[in-house]
Design a protein around this ligand. Structure first.
Ligand SMILES: [Zn+2]
Length: 127
């Protein structure tokens, strides 16, 4: 067996983080999991072309899944911070960078790290 490459480690971590956020929003259905797998396959190819992008895959997979969900189900993840007004989705920031976070542009706050939505939404948000 080959040792696990940094690329595979990063992809594995990205998959786990996004699945964790999906589970926090209770949308981890089978076809949603396959959206994550599709994204991981595409991003593996992408990082093979551009190895320096390995630190960015978690944010990119999160955005891929967000786009795929928007087409099929609607906005995800819904902002847990803003208690009133139109429901809106969080955005990943940076779009292309390491250490991605979910942010609400309306409130101008970082809500959670990608992978950390469960702890951000588990307690009642103080509004
Ligand atoms: Zn918001």
């Amino acid at each position: 067996m080959d040792p696990i490459s940094p690329l595979e480690q990063a992809l594995h971590a990205a998959r786990a983080l996004v699945l964790s956020d999906l589970a926090a929003g209770e949308v981890a259905a089978a076809d949603v999991v396959s959206m994550v797998e599709d994204s991981v396959v595409q991003r593996r190819w992408w990082v093979e072309q551009w190895p320096d992008g390995v630190a960015y895959v978690a944010g990119l997979v999160a955005q891929d899944v967000q786009d795929a969900l928007l087409e099929k189900y609607g906005r995800w993840p819904l902002c847990p911070v803003c208690g009133s007004g139109d429901p809106h989705a969080l955005d990943v920031e940076p779009e292309l960078g390491p250490d991605p976070h979910w942010v609400c542009h309306k409130a101008g706050v970082k809500v959670a790290a990608v992978g950390g939505l469960g702890s951000a939404t588990g307690g009642a948000p103080s509004s």
